[in-house]
Design a protein around this ligand. Structure first.
Ligand code: KIV
Ligand code: ZN
Length: 498
């Protein structure tokens, strides 16, 4: 019988920390429910003391899900723990995840402290949290760069104080797989009371080794992995859940299994990508668009003769249905609803009607509508409540012509028009919008990406706009990339013009 590995999902905490990936509480509940259906064991729902929004999300997620443990992050500080205890009041099973930096970088430069004092603070935090919650996880931040002998002392002390899980984060993504594996092995062999707790991995991907390090940890005794969907997270991201789960499923000889219903991996991946406006790189393992695409003639021939010649995973095992019904302008609401449900999106009738209208318009300009297009339409519908809407946009541009744009914005029901010229059609349109919205704002980042291929494709635009020292993120998608650019700009403006 295979041993069980606990899947701790931190998409809603470490993942959501990524600039531009922030979700509102309703969206977080949607994600938490999808994670529950996927079969994760623990959902890290937020950092309650950090903001009222995070606090509220932990409360609402605790109410919304039943099976997974709901975890709240804190520093080793009483007021953080108090906030976490309060936020977890509705959790059927709650966990506090407290901790402190243990590497010389953290002890000396962040805390101006000593190794002994850090152990004291760690012990106090665990004992304090234990007064309210039974399930306590302790993280030794920057454990990747912490000396193993000292790390073992910290781990032993927090387990003696009541920690039930001890997290060994490679916070900076620095470790080599061999080094990280040996760290876990050292703790397994040298911490007197290690059998009273579970060791957890938490690896970042700065050097592209997060999954390898996580697996090295598991092979050496860790029985919980902290992961995110699509590997999103701070900087280069966290370990991808789908990669670890499919490694264990493909390598049965390891003898470790998870509770994940792997057929839900792809729909959840698409849902997260769409809600967080975070594209999945096409060659991403397991969930990338090309993960199962065989383009070379030799590979295609091999796969047609026997799939296993070039595929180690059956795409159906991760929820990629090759016999997907292609949606076209003739597809009805029921087909759209069915496809959305497969993708993990449930819409009330009114929302479904709005998305269906948008779907018909898109189907008129694009022959085949695929999953990414549909999720893009659902995302667009979410911004329909904006105060400022782009009513129309007209652009004249071409070789030998000076680009000119006219725009009309609807601001709380009132219409405003302006026209401008620029060094290109997008520049002209943005200048026209600026004539209506008299705010100091600068575009910091502007990314246009095609969803699929073909000249009729939808272009996705991500824009970062700076206003009064804060960056706001805008997103849109349209078959007209100039329109998508202006919509993304207006989307960002809506975040600060209330
Ligand atoms: O990377 C890290 O060290 C963390 C901790 C807060 C768990 O995210
Ligand atoms: Zn982290």
């Amino acid at each position: 019988m295979a041993e069980k590995l606990f899947i701790f999902d931190t998409t809603l905490r470490d993942g959501e920390q990524v600039p531009g990936c922030q979700l509102n509480t309703i969206e977080k509940i949607e994600v938490a429910r999808a994670l529950e259906a996927l079969g994760v064991d623990i959902i890290e729902a937020g950092f309650p003391v950090s903001s009222p929004g995070d606090f509220n999300s932990v409360v609402e997620i605790s109410k919304a899900v039943t099976w997974p443990v709901i975890c709240a992050l804190t520093r080793a500080v009483e007021k953080d723990i108090d906030a976490a205890v309060e936020a977890l009041a509705y959790a059927k099973r709650g966990r506090i995840h407290t901790g402190i930096g243990t590497s010389p970088y953290h002890i000396k430069h962040k805390f101006n402290s000593t190794q002994e004092e850090i152990i004291e603070r760690a012990v106090c935090a665990v004992k304090y949290a234990k007064r309210y919650v039974e399930d306590i996880e302790f993280y030794c931040e920057d454990a990747g760069r912490t000396d193993n002998v000292y790390l073992a002392k910290v781990v032993e002390a927090v387990i003696d104080s009541g920690a039930t899980v001890v997290n060994i984060p490679d916070t900076t993504g620095y470790c080599l797989p061999l080094e990280y594996g040996e760290k876990i092995k050292f703790l397994m062999e040298n911490v007197r009371n290690v059998h009273k707790a579970i060791l957890s991995t938490h690896c970042h991907n700065d050097l592209g080794m997060a999954t390898a390090n996580t697996m090295a940890g598991v092979l050496n005794g860790a029985r919980q992995v902290e992961v995110t969907i699509n590997g999103i997270g701070e900087r280069a991201g966290n370990t991808s859940m789908e990669e670890v789960v499919m490694i264990l499923k493909s390598h049965k000889e390891i003898g470790i299994d998870t509770n994940i219903n792997t057929q839900k991996i792809y729909p959840v991946s698409r849902m997260i990508s769409s809600l967080m406006n975070m594209p999945v790189q096409p060659n991403k393992a397991i969930v990338g668009r090309n993960a199962f695409a065989h383009s070379s003639g030799i590979h295609q021939d091999g796969v047609l003769k026997n799939r296993e010649s070039y595929e180690i995973i059956d795409p159906k095992d991760v929820g990629i249905d090759e016999s997907i019904i292609v949606l076209t302008a003739r597809s009805g609401r029921a087909a759209l609803k069915h496809r959305l449900n497969i993708l993990g999106v449930e819409l009330v009738q009114e929302k479904l009607d709005a998305v269906y209208e948008a779907f018909l318009k898109l189907a008129d300009s694009k022959k085949d509508i695929n999953d990414d297009d549909i999720l893009m339409l659902v995302g667009k519908d979410r911004s329909a409540m904006h105060r400022i809407k782009l009513e129309y946009l007209q652009v004249t541009a071409g070789i030998g012509l000076k680009p000119v744009a006219s725009v009309c914005l609807n601001i709380s029901g009132e219409k405003f028009e302006a026209a401008a010229s620029g060094n290109g059609p997008v520049d002209a349109a943005i200048r026209a919008v600026k004539q209506i919205i008299h705010r100091q704002m600068t575009i910091q980042e502007f990314l246009i990406q095609a969803i699929n291929k073909g000249s009729d494709d939808v272009g996705k635009v991500h824009m970062q706009v700076e206003h009064e020292g804060i960056n706001y993120y805008g997103f849109s998608a349209n078959t007209d990339i100039v329109a998508a650019s202006v919509e993304a700009y207006v989307d960002a403006i809506n975040k600060f013009v209330k």
